[in-house]
Ligand binder design. Structure first.
Ligand SMILES: [Zn+2]
Ligand SMILES: [Zn+2]
Length: 346
């Protein structure tokens, strides 16, 4: 769950920036669908769930009714937090086993048309991993997570579409050359031979760096799963419409190999509007330790503005059993002493 502070801040951004943009775009293009998306974001979090301490009556923020729009700052923040919570422990385990991770960014040349840019980047990725070097790809990498992000390029003024990926490496080997060469080939295959393709940016997260990696790993995970696109106050309305229709039926984040299945866990948690994962609760105001507390749905609709919102406390602990990656089974060492694992590729 996100904190009450974060909820208020993102809700204010949704109401103050995103909603007016969708309304403006809906008017400019006489488009009911865009207007509806705006309404959906507007109604997000109008109801929140709070829990009350039975002894002192203090109220704690517990959850909110979600709109799940890709453009809702609150739901994006929540989804990012859930992704981090699911991925981070698994990646930490991966490093602890002596394996490595590459945080890699793959780009294509900036494009005016977002739909075209998205088609290129999804096709190039699929071509590289399934057609160009499928066998080597599977041998080198046990799995990973990739996310597509769309921004307006600072210099080009066009769509800058790129993929952030966390690629799980069994053992350690430099893959920079392999990724550069094949990404260029894949993009050229879908766009045409003469296209200049920027080299992927690769930042290794090495097992041998141990706990020093913690921040780097967390930063990389957050960077990967943040959002598909961000609606800015200065974004032109045709860009808003392009983003909405371009990303409509696209899966932004996907996992493969040993991470396969994490997406489903995230979706499941996004669907559960009543976070019923509380295993322990301790009131931070009076210290009362209770197994029973009051659950209240409250209407925040009238008080959405940051300054008008009531104060809720945060003291809810979510205790969840971490999932284990079963990469201990069937592992062996290759000629370079790298740990190799038997994984399932789908
Ligand atoms: Zn209390
Ligand atoms: Zn929402």
């Amino acid at each position: 769950m996100i904190s009450w502070e974060r909820f208020k801040k993102t809700k204010a951004a949704g109401m103050g920036i995103v909603l007016p943009k969708f309304q403006e775009a809906a008017t400019d293009y006489q488009d009911e669908t865009l207007a509806k998306e705006g309404e959906r974001i507007k109604n997000c979090g109008m109801m929140i769930k709070a829990i009350g301490c039975k002894k002192c009556g203090e109220k704690f923020f517990k959850g909110y009714a979600r709109c799940k729009s890709k453009y809702c700052p609150t739901c994006s923040a929540l989804k990012g937090a859930i992704w981090c919570a699911k991925l981070y422990p698994l990646l930490q385990q991966w490093l602890e086993k002596g394996n490595n991770i590459h945080f890699a960014t793959f780009t294509i040349p900036d494009q005016e048309d977002l739909e075209y840019a998205l088609k290129i980047i999804y096709d190039a990725w699929r071509y590289m991993t399934n057609k160009l070097v499928p066998k080597e790809w599977k041998e080198r990498f046990a799995g990973g997570v990739k996310a597509v992000e769309c921004k307006i390029g600072k210099y080009s003024g066009k769509w800058h579409v790129h993929i952030h990926a966390l690629v799980l490496r069994t053992g350690y080997r430099k893959d920079a050359h392999f990724l550069k060469e094949n990404w260029s080939k894949a993009v050229q295959h879908v766009m045409g031979e003469k296209i200049q393709v920027a080299w992927p940016n690769i930042k290794p997260i090495k097992a041998k760096d141990g706990s020093k990696n913690r921040d780097k790993l967390l930063w990389s995970v957050c960077e990967t799963v943040k959002y598909a696109t961000k609606i800015n106050p200065d974004m032109e309305t045709y860009r808003v419409a392009q983003a909405f229709y371009g990303l409509k039926n696209r899966r932004q984040i996907s996992c493969w190999g040993v991470l396969y299945g994490v997406s489903k866990l995230v979706e499941k948690e996004m669907d559960e509007e009543s976070d019923n994962l509380i295993k322990s609760f301790k009131c931070t105001t009076c210290g009362f330790d209770i197994s029973e507390f009051l659950e209240i749905w409250e209407n925040t609709g009238k008080y959405w503005q940051d300054t008008e919102m009531k104060d809720y406390k945060e003291a809810v602990e979510f205790v969840e059993k971490p999932i284990e990656l079963n990469f201990d089974k069937n592992y062996w060492y290759d000629e370079e002493d790298n740990i190799c694992v038997q994984t399932k590729f789908i």
